[in-house]
Design a binder for this molecule. Structure first.
Ligand code: NAD
Ligand code: DAU
Length: 356
C-alpha cells in the first residue's frame, strides 16, 4: 500500500509525512517542487528510510505525475501543495493562480486518468484528499456564527480566491467524473517547522533577534488556531472514514486576536529565554500599516468532523504554543538555514512599505 503526498516538504505536509511514517508501514511518495517554502532539511530524519520516496517536481507536470501514479499505484493522493502566504499573494498573485488553480486542475486530471484504469475494488477504495483553508469563506463580523461547511464561499485575497477555485475544481471532479474526493478546510495552524514569514514563527524569530514585532493594523483581527499535529490527525481521520464528496471544517475552537497571540509568545520567551537587560520582549511590539483587504475574523465550527468522525484535537492552545516556542528555541539551525537571501529579500519587500 502506498500514499502519494504533494507538498510534503512544506510546513503541514512535512509534519504529516513525519507523523505518518512514524506510525504506518506504508510507502509514502512525497512530490514537492521545493519552492522557497519547501525545505528538505525538515525531512532530514527520513534520510535512508526506504518507505519515503522523495521526488522534486510540480503537481502541474502531468507527465511526471502520471508516471509516479503508474509506478507506485497509490491507494490515495493527499494534496498539500500550494502557495500559502496571503501577503505574498498580494505582492504577486501569479504563482498562486498557477499552482493553486492550474496545478490542482492538472493534478486532478492526472489522478483521474490513473483512477479510471484501476480494477473495480481499488477504484472504489481510492481517495483524493484536498487540503484547503477556512479563508475560502471570507471574513466574519464579531458576533457572526463560526464558519460551517454550508457557508457561502466569499474569498477576499488572491490566495483565498485561488484556494476557493481549487476546492470548486475538486468538487466538480467528484460530481462530474465520480472521482472519490474529500476536502478539508482548516483554520490557522502553528507548530514546528513553520516558515518564519507567518505570524507566530515570525514573532518568535524577530523577538530573539531583537527586531521589531510588526503587528498589522490594530492587532485585533481574530484567527482560530490549531496545533499542526492536530490538523494532521484530522486529515488521517477524514482519509480513513470521511464520506465521499464531503467537506470537513477543521479547527480547535481557539479564537484569539493577533495581539493576544503576540503577547503570549513574548510572555513565553520572557520565561524560557529572559532578555539580559530584564525587559520584556513585548517592548519590541510595533504596530504597522495593515494588510490590504485584511480579513477581520475567522472561526471554525468543527462540529461535523467531531460528531460524524469522532475527531478531537489533542492540544490546547496553551500546551501547543508552549511546545512551539520551545521547538524554535531548540532548533536555531533550522531557523538560520531558512533565512536565506531570498527570505531576507521577502522581509524587506513586505515590511519596507509599512509605516510604524
Ligand atoms: P507551505 O507554504 O509551508 O508549503 C507548501 C509546500 O508546497 C512547499 O513544500 C512547496 O515547495 C510545495 N509546492 C508549492 N508549489 C508546488 C507545486 N506546484 N508542485 C509541488 N509542490 C509545490 O504551506 P502549508 O502551510 O504547509 O500549507 C499546506 C496546505 O494547507 C496548503 O494547501 C494550504 O493552503 C493549506 N492550509 C494551510 C494552513 C496554515 O495555517 N498554514 C491552514 C489551512 C490550510
Ligand atoms: O486560516 C488559514 C490560513 O492561515 C491558511 O490558509 C494560510 O495558508 C496561512 O498562511 C494563514 O493565513 P493568515 O493570513 O491568517 O496567516 P498569517 O500568519 O500570515 O497572519 C496571521 C494574522 O497575523 C493575520 O491577521 C495577519 C497578522 N500578521 C501577520 C504577519 C505575517 C501581522 O499582524 N503581522 C505580520 O507580520
Amino acid at each position: 500500500m502506498t500514499l502519494l503526498v504533494t507538498g510534503g516538504a512544506g510546513f503541514i505536509g512535512a509534519n504529516f509525512v513525519l507523523d505518518w511514517l512514524a506510525a504506518h508501514d506504508e510507502t509514502l511518495v512525497n512530490l514537492d517542487k521545493l519552492t522557497y517554502a519547501g525545505n528538505p532539511e525538515t525531512l532530514a530524519s527520513l534520510q535512508g528510510n526506504p518507505r519515503h520516496v522523495f521526488v522534486q517536481g510540480d503537481i502541474g507536470d502531468v507527465a511526471l505525475v502520471t508516471r509516479l501514479l503508474a509506478e507506485h499505484q497509490p491507494r490515495a493522493v493527499i494534496n498539500f501543495a500550494a502557495e500559502s502566504h496571503v501577503d505574498r499573494s498580494i505582492h504577486g498573485p501569479g504563482d498562486f493562480i498557477e499552482t493553486n488553480i492550474v496545478g490542482t486542475f492538472r493534478l486532478l486530471e492526472s489522478v483521474r486518468g490513473y483512477w479510471s484504469t484501476l480494477p473495480e475494488q481499488a477504484k472504489s477504495a481510492f481517495r483524493f484528499l484536498h487540503v484547503s483553508t477556512d479563508e475560502v469563506y471570507g471574513s466574519l463580523a464579531k458576533d457572526d456564527p463560526a464558519f460551517a461547511e454550508t457557508n457561502r464561499y466569499e474569498p477576499n485575497s488572491p490566495y483565498s480566491a485561488s484556494k476557493a477555485a481549487s476546492d470548486h475544481l475538486v468538487r466538480a471532479w467528484h460530481h462530474t467524473y465520480g472521482l472519490p474526493v474529500l476536502t478539508t478546510n482548516c483554520s490557522n495552524n502553528y507548530g514546528p517547522y513553520h516558515f518564519p514569514e507567518k505570524l507566530i514563527p515570525l514573532m518568535i524569530v524577530n523577538a530573539l533577534a531583537g527586531k521589531p514585532l510588526p503587528v498589522y493594523g490594530d492587532g485585533m483581527q481574530i484567527r482560530d488556531w490549531l496545533y499542526v499535529k492536530d490538523h494532521c490527525s484530522a486529515i488521517r481521520r477524514v482519509l480513513e472514514v470521511g464520506r465521499l464528496g464531503e467537506t470537513y471544517n477543521v479547527g480547535g475552537w481557539n479564537e484569539k486576536p493577533n495581539i493576544e497571540i503576540v503577547n503570549t509568545v513574548c510572555q513565553l520567551l520572557d520565561e524560557l529565554r529572559p532578555k539580559a537587560d530584564g525587559t520584556s520582549y513585548a517592548t519590541q511590539i510595533t504596530y504597522v500599516t495593515d494588510r490590504p483587504g485584511h480579513d477581520r475574523r475567522y472561526a471554525i465550527d468543527a462540529r461535523k468532523l467531531e460528531a460524524e468522525l469522532g475527531w478531537k484535537p489533542a492540544e490546547t492552545f496553551e500546551t501547543g504554543i508552549r511546545k512551539t516556542v520551545q521547538w524554535y528555541l531548540d532548533n536555531p539551525e533550522w531557523v538560520q538555514h531558512v533565512q536565506s537571501g531570498a527570505y531576507r529579500d521577502w522581509v524587506s519587500k513586505n515590511y519596507a512599505g509599512r509605516q510604524a
